[in-house]
Ligand binder design. Sequence first.
Ligand code: DOR
Ligand code: ZN
Length: 456
Amino acid sequence: MSADLVIKNGWVVTPQETFKGGVAIKDEKFVAIGTDDTLPQSKEEIDARGKHILPGLIDGHVHFREPGIGYKEDFTTGSTAAVCGGITMVMDMPNVVPPTADADKVREKIKIAEGKFLCDYAFYGVVVQTNADHILPMKEAGVIGYKIFFGETIGNLPFPDDGMCLEAFSNIGKSQLPLGIHAENRQIMAYYTNKLKSEGKNDPVYWEASRPDICEAESVHHAIFFAELFNTKLHVYHMSSKQAAWMVRDAKAKGLRVTAETGPHYLLREPKDMEKVGPLLKMNPPVRTKDHAEVLWDGLLNGYVDSIATDHSPHTLEEKGCDINGKLTKPAIWDCISGFCGVETGVPLILTEVNKGRMTLNHYVKVASENPAKVWQIYPKKGAIRLGSDGDITIVDMDKEGVIDVNNLHSKNKPSPWHGWKVKGIPVYTIVRGHVQMREGQPVGKPIGKHLRPLV
Ligand code: DOR
Ligand code: ZN
């Protein structure tokens, strides 16, 4: 047998072990995994000497903004940024214009995406007050899961009231797909926002206080209650608080199918950072104090936080209300939009922590590849170095050092709070089903990305 691509001479990393050798890919699938002497001949070879060969890394939470708001980001620029950041697959969010809220919109989005993505991709459908009947048809049309935005955020989507939630959770339960929630209690955040405004506290540093931890925790608590009632698979997006993490831990212990993701900013940043980088770090939910981050790290290490996702959510600088260094150009933090770039910086930021000993590389591939594939029910097609699985690989150089420079990001709009961060551990190849899509930080592939449906 002759393979299409052999990667050899490196360290193959799985959640269970690390061994010297490589992999062979033919017709887009792994056909051999093992020591170098066991790998077949191949048309193309990559020498991974001194490097680590990881299962393709998945970012389960990105906003690539098509259709309707492609001036912020689009499928081509977003997926270019993804592969340059070591990501082989993304799950893209539905708060676009028009929102992805029925089967026709899902089909249209799939059509628009054809021939544009450099990595593989899947789409979420949104559930609002009026579309309970569209939940099962959206599954037929190909969504990977559903999203409810509890609380007001970008796109101002009208979230379902508790009555409608009974129907929504019930239908989603029947669909077998997970429901991801943006968990923030609207009344609590409105109350604190008004209070801070009336006290004249308008600086970026007050952002966290306007949406405190309890705001997320109450919303997660509420959703777990509904999920238990209707046997709905529940996933907490961008979890930021220790209370929510503990609730997810307890729900899992009870046997409920509740999962959660957190992001690099919740693990590595604090509200006081906004004194320096201002609205560049403005995100919903906000970053919190170190005690929360400590619990999120503990959750990742002990299995009650399942995965890392970036919530890549680019906007223009004008919308961010600041200059590229974060200096406010609008009167108050309330006038600045939430969200920032993340898909290209997430991997090196966490590899840096791996290098510091915070997590093993084996555990990293669990939370950044295997677990997101399991949560969204595409494992082991994705998320595994396994015979017959898609030949997705991220090769990383754990000794390579660099400094994040936002000017080098491949997104259409580059506002990011990570400018100047030193990293050690950098992706050097991104391979999607055997196609080399990134080499040494540069995009080198064609838009061969495919749309994926869940395997259930
Ligand atoms: O800060 C945020 N921005 N949080 C979200 O949930 C949405 C995102 C966006 O779409 O920009
Ligand atoms: Zn998001």
